[in-house]
Design a protein around this ligand. Structure first.
Ligand SMILES: C[S@@+](CC[C@H](N)C(=O)[O-])C[C@H]1O[C@@H](n2cnc3c(N)ncnc32)[C@H](O)[C@@H]1O
Length: 228
């Protein structure tokens, strides 16, 4: 068990009772998914968005570093007799690859699952997302953005900026890339047909980055692209 997996197990243990609902982003994105899609959810945690997708008729591959969160997700779908629709794998995205075959997903979805790596590693993950998508498949990747002034004030004072837009807070890496930076990163790995936009969840959303229940706006940058 690594330091990061222990950290995230502890976060999920603390918050698992509070999170009972899928995210707005999941609901809004799902409308554009093909029906009966194979979806890979990167950093999907306790699986509430995965469960929502499953209930909409999709199959989900849930990848996360936290074995605790993955177990909770499995138990949820078992209780609803939907186990066949969920596959989970414990993986550390920081190691650079996704343990999934080429071209087997219709959709890759991620809500704040890719904010924990320096620029190069994040770029590598973008190209991994493209690799696992089928031709015509679509990525919906939401990363926390630096538009949250309050949070940036905190990071700028309490964390160390190890490279532009990448902070170390305690032992945890937090990236807050601007849309411009994300666009340059996508271009550099040869992903061209993308769209980026600022996406705000809330203020009535009850889940912050760590699943903590509070009234808080979430400032995200949403990347969408189609594999050509
Ligand atoms: C902020 S939570 C988001 C969870 C979920 N997607 C949501 O919207 O509520 C970040 C997720 O990324 C996972 N994670 C963090 N670092 C990771 C890593 N290095 N590899 C894989 N997953 C990681 C955490 O366990 C956690 O479930």
């Amino acid at each position: 068990m690594t330091k990061d997996s222990k950290f995230w197990d502890a976060v999920h243990k603390k918050t698992s009772g509070d999170i009972t609902k899928h995210s707005y982003l999941a609901e809004e994105s799902e409308r554009f998914f093909p029906r009966n899609a194979t979806i890979c959810d990167l950093g999907g945690g306790l699986g509430f968005d995965a469960l929502y997708f499953i209930q909409k008729g999709h199959n989900v591959v849930l990848l996360d570093i936290s074995t605790f969160a993955l177990k909770r997700a499995i138990n949820q779908v078992k209780a609803l007799k939907l186990s066949k629709k969920l596959l989970t794998k414990q993986v550390d995205f920081g190691l650079g690859g996704l343990p999934i075959k080429d071209a087997c997903c219709d959709v890759v979805f991620s809500r704040i699952g890719l904010n924990y790596f320096p620029m190069r590693e994040t770029q590598k993950l973008f190209s991994e997302v493209r690799r696992i998508l089928k031709t015509g498949g679509k990525a919906y990747l939401a990363l926390k953005s630096p538009d949250d002034k309050e949070e940036m004030k905190f990071l700028n004072s309490a964390a160390v900026e190890m490279e532009p837009s990448v902070f170390i807070e305690g032992e945890q890496i937090r990236s807050r890339f601007t849309r411009k930076e994300l666009e340059a990163m996508l271009n550099e790995v040869g992903i061209s047909d993308f769209d980026t936009r600022a996406y705000q969840e809330g203020p009535d959303v009850k889940r912050d980055e760590f699943g903590v229940t509070k009234e808080k706006k979430l400032y995200l940058n949403l990347i969408t692209f189609t594999k050509l």
